[in-house]
Design a binder for this molecule. Structure first.
Ligand SMILES: Cc1cc2nc3c(=O)[nH]c(=O)nc-3n(C[C@H](O)[C@H](O)[C@H](O)COP(=O)(O)O)c2cc1C
Length: 208
């Protein structure tokens, strides 16, 4: 089994990367494969609401000039997903949100029911809001949200400073172990024939 970890910081080797490396090491210690994919530092376009993805049903965004489609494919192939973002103005970095809007609008069906977690990294404030913001994408696709020993947050400003946040690093390791445990439980459940009842969707009367 494999988990895709998206490093949503434009600083490739910054604190988000370091925190995700700690999660990845814990996953690997529990025999789960882990790949960290960097979002890059080139522009990531926002969703233009063109609706092309809905018409083709190909789980792809019509715009192919950034990493969105590649990451949809990687997330579709993985068994679990973790998205880490640096905190910018008390929320996730704008590129992460542009990416997730398009990844989930075009390819959310590929991620449905896979365990996932958001991670927020900051100098001082806005981590909880960032984790909440990221995890909204997971909740609308029925993805079990994985927690840790604390909220999935850690602190640091200059690159690698997050290593000094011992509690944050412990939180990252426990997140990896919890994700590994849940993936193994889901696999064992599948093998034991545990059923997952999925009802037909019902739309409310006042929003089409
Ligand atoms: C544009 C911008 C906005 C930021 N806003 C916040 C903020 O609201 N709260 C905070 O604690 N840190 C803020 N920071 C600091 C970063 O969250 C912090 O340096 C973090 O470690 C960056 O992660 P990285 O090393 O993975 O890039 C901001 C940094 C930038 C560049």
């Amino acid at each position: 089994m494999k988990v895709l970890l998206i490093n949503g910081s434009p600083r490739h080797k910054g604190n988000t990367q370091r925190a995700l490396e700690e999660v990845a090491a814990a996953l690997q210690a529990d025999d789960i494969e882990a790949e960290i994919a960097w979002i890059g530092n080139k522009p990531i376009r926002g969703c233009t609401a063109c609706g092309w993805c809905g018409k083709t049903g190909e789980n792809r965004c019509t715009f192919d000039d950034d990493r969105c489609n590649e990451l949809i494919q990687k997330a579709g192939e993985a068994d679990g997903l973790i998205v880490g973002s640096p905190v910018y103005f008390a929320g996730a970095n704008g590129s992460v949100i542009s990416l997730l809007d398009r990844m989930f609008y075009a390819g959310g069906a590929l991620m449905r029911y896979k365990p996932a977690a958001g991670v927020g990294i900051a100098r001082r404030g806005g981590t909880i809001e960032t984790v909440d913001q990221i995890q909204k994408y997971f909740q609308i696709y029925g993805m079990p949200v994985v927690s840790s020993a604390y909220w999935n947050i850690a602190y640091g400003r200059d690159p690698k400073e997050v290593e000094c946040d011992g509690e944050g690093m412990h939180t990252m390791r426990q997140l990896g172990h919890n994700m590994a445990w849940l993936l193994k439980c889901i696999e064992a459940g599948r093998e034991a024939g545990v059923e997952h009842t999925i009802e037909d969707k019902v739309s409310t009367n006042f929003i089409r």
